[in-house]
Write a protein that binds this ligand. Structure first.
Ligand code: SP5
Ligand code: ZN
Length: 425
């Protein structure tokens, strides 16, 4: 890998199918508006990374086991079939409803303790899975959703095979997708797919570091009870009135076996580089203490100052510095999340990956000299979930940082605000 100035060597995993999802807007507070999660997001990022010399690798097809490792079958089946059912039901042709959108939500407040039933009507069923009105499904959505998850799994495989870092240009994004629900412009949780793939490839412990401007409620929910995948996020404070409103608070630290393996740092809206980077550094310290052997970076760049929602005010230099902090921790599978300012998106993603690459070049341990390549070919059997036989592949962050070059034999144990809605969403 090269350092700054020499072009980007991080492989960019991509599928043209990610362009097939055209949500055609979002329903916000009862009105359909132009959405910001548009196909052009992916094309500008691809253009920027290609211009920097990054190799583009195709997303490899994975079977649905990769999805079912982190999602309920009911959600996967819903997403795979809802457009066909919607079309067959005449919603576009007869009612002018050109996208799938929910209108009744079986909340705890509605059910009042009664069991959840599968509604007979297609339009009644959508709210069982889609928890907001902003996350529409159209004709090519499933192909793109599937391709994004494949890209994430491919990036994880490249890292497991010895790449110091890999990046999946996922669209649609994923970090708001929960075990059995979707929302926030996300359908399947690409970062969770990557984290689970790294675990199954032999990483004993994995950390997801989420720098998207919003809390990744879906990723948190997927791993909340698990000690083997640490979730760490810096985001605009939901307590100050921001999406996802119900989750992302500092008191959420994990549950049961996962107690201590979740860390949220909410920031005040308008926070810039200094507080944001201090938070990233704090998350990195926790991830290192947890003993993560591989990192999934949920790379949302909607903390950019020019982002249309602009909840935070982080510069491209800030993202590069964050990439450097994170790249020191271990091998990185970076997954595209949000980021909506088409003019600066490419620059921000490139900055973050440049930082990751620079740190990986400095901190790559001597034994990672290429011998690791092909050790985890895709047709090899899935490794034992304990990570026992994959241990040589990954080492805990503190070992990498110390550059001792020795594989660790014992993993460390897991470490045992409010405002009005005026300017926020
Ligand atoms: C992946 C990701 O970044 N998802 C973002 C989901 C949060 N979107 C909140 C959008 C709030 C509504 N936008 C208001 C538009 C006003 N014209
Ligand atoms: Zn976001």
């Amino acid at each position: 890998m090269t350092v700054e100035g020499g072009g980007l060597a991080v492989p960019v995993v991509w599928s043209e199918d990610c362009l097939l999802h055209r949500p055609a807007g979002e329903v916000w507070l009862g009105l359909r508006e132009d959405g910001t999660e548009v196909p052009e997001r992916a094309t500008v990022i691809l253009g920027s990374l290609s211009a920097a010399g990054a190799p583009i690798r195709p997303a490899e097809a994975h079977d649905e086991a990769a999805l079912l490792a982190v999602h309920d079958r009911a959600l996967v089946d819903h997403l795979a079939t809802i457009w066909a059912d919607w079309e067959a039901g005449g919603y576009p042709a007869d009612y002018g409803r050109d996208r799938v959108v929910p209108y009744v939500f079986p909340t705890a407040a509605m059910l009042a303790g009664l069991p959840l039933r599968l509604p007979a009507a297609t339009h009644g069923r959508v709210g069982m899975f889609c928890y907001d009105t902003m996350t529409l499904v159209g004709p090519g959505s499933w192909e793109a959703i599937r391709a994004a998850a494949d890209a994430a799994a491919t990036a994880a495989r490249l890292v497991a095979a010895g790449q110091p870092a890999a990046y999946a240009l996922c669209r649609p994004p994923g970090h708001h997708a929960a075990p059995s629900g979707y929302g926030g412009s996300c359908y399947l949780n690409n970062a969770a797919v990557a984290a689970e793939a790294l675990r199954q490839a032999g990483a004993g412990r994995v950390a997801v570091i989420d720098v998207d401007a919003h809390h990744g409620n879906g990723t948190q929910a997927i791993f909340y009870d698990r000690a083997d995948v640490f979730y760490a996020s810096v985001h605009v404070d939901p307590g100050a009135g921001w999406f996802p409103h119900y989750m992302g608070f500092a008191a959420e630290r994990g549950r049961g076996a996962g107690q201590g393996a979740n860390r949220n740092i909410p920031l005040a809206p308008g926070s810039g580089d200094a507080p944001w980077l201090a938070a990233v550094a704090e998350l990195c310290a926790e991830v290192q203490a947890h003993g993560a052997e591989a990192i999934v970076l949920s790379l949302g760049v909607d903390a950019a100052a020019a982002d249309p929602e602009s909840p935070l005010q982080v510069s491209a230099e800030g993202y590069r510095a964050a990439g450097k902090l994170i790249g020191r921790l271990g091998p990185v599978a970076a997954i595209q999340e949000g980021g909506y300012d088409l003019a600066s998106l490419g620059e921000y993603v490139l900055a973050a990956l440049t930082g990751v690459e620079a740190a990986r070049a400095q901190h790559r341990p001597a034994q990672d000299d290429g011998r690791a390549k092909d050790r985890l070919a895709p047709d090899r059997p899935v490794r034992d979930r304990s990570g026992q036989d994959g241990r040589a592949q990954f080492r805990p962050a503190q070992t990498v940082a110390a550059q001792t070059g020795a594989a660790q034999t014992a993993m460390p144990e897991a470490d045992q605000r409010a405002g009005g809605p005026r300017a926020s969403s």
